[in-house]
Design a binder for this molecule. Sequence first.
Ligand code: SF4
Ligand code: SF4
Length: 408
Amino acid sequence: MIESLEKIKKSISKVILFGAGDLGKLAFYALKKNNIKVDFFCDSNEKKHNKDYLGVKIISPKELSLLEKDAHIFMCNSQYIEVVSNLLKKLEFSNIYDLVNLLKNTDFSDCNLDQNLFSPPSIERQIALHEQNCLKANRNIHKKLYVSNIDIVITERCSLKCRDCSNLMQYYHRPQNAEHETLFKATDKLMKCIDNLYEFRILGGDPFMNKKMYEVVNKVVEYKNVEQIVVYTNATILPKDENFKCLKNKKVRLHITNYGLMSRKHDELVNLCQKNKIKFVSERVKKWQDVGTINFEKKTEEQLENLFKNCCANNLLTLFDGKLYRCPTAAHGVKLKAIPEDLNDIVELGSSKLDLKQLKDKIKEFYYNKKFISACSYCKGRDYGFGEIDAAIQTKKPLTFPNSIEKN
Ligand code: SF4
Ligand code: SF4
């Protein structure tokens, strides 16, 4: 990268950051520190086109295609690395870079960045996820199974009842905690197949609703091939006893989603973490994308492929009831009987009769080669094209789906 930076500095070709978001911002400051001027941001989100980001114009991929092919383009995203890299190659650009070394070698402490989004642990995590997704995109150069993140659903119970919860918690009428014995059988098998996992994400609902959450955390920290465990909470419950103690493990990090007044224990939780040296990130969230509900819509194969390719949840492997799903919508949609079960889109773990090699091959195929899953027919996807809604609007009672699957 250092050599490339020198080459870019001497070159008269344009410099473009593909992705006008958080990683784009980090890349902008990192290049600035290396005295490299950014000519354009490029972004697929139409709403950003012709606007400025950090004083730099945002162009569309179509405008990008008109630029000289020796332009230097940095891929500034995580979820869409493969899509962007394929697009840039198709457009015949040859100077394409990821951000891994650039960001790892930059000290951002004097960049005056918003600490809500860019605290040192947040930056470290963003870089690591970007690196994992670059590895995934380059999978053909190695035979290993590297996975960036796997969600473990340890409870369907939540202390809030958000009308627009994208994980569908608002539809559970009798939410339950996960059966830990089934879960552990599944994680043992899974971790024998995976070469490296960057993070397990412990979620619900709210994981603190499960009083035995610590059993899961204490189990998964022991896998040597897992780098970190992130526990997600909405800051309505202060963890106690063993659930509190397990957060002190150096591999564990708490991710606090702060919904303002709704997150009534936020300040106390932050103090508790600071006092006890628990690693945490607190993210203030005011808006969500409107992802709608589950509803069957007939789509062509091409439409399904595009929906899946552009969906930011398509990489959120989800472990639920001893099975691996491709995304949380598929996992919960099937459990709630709003989406029919498709065995081609599920990897059975705990009860699988496959030997480890066969199981590893199946997970690789599932993780690397899926073009879409049948659940996408029931889903709007999570693209940038949707409107924004206020986050965490509450419903008093659990909701029901507009259509049952029997109708389709
Ligand atoms: S806090 Fe809201 S968005 Fe988060 S899991 Fe609970 S219901 Fe869903
Ligand atoms: S079902 Fe398909 S489109 Fe919907 S969230 Fe999952 S991967 Fe994305």
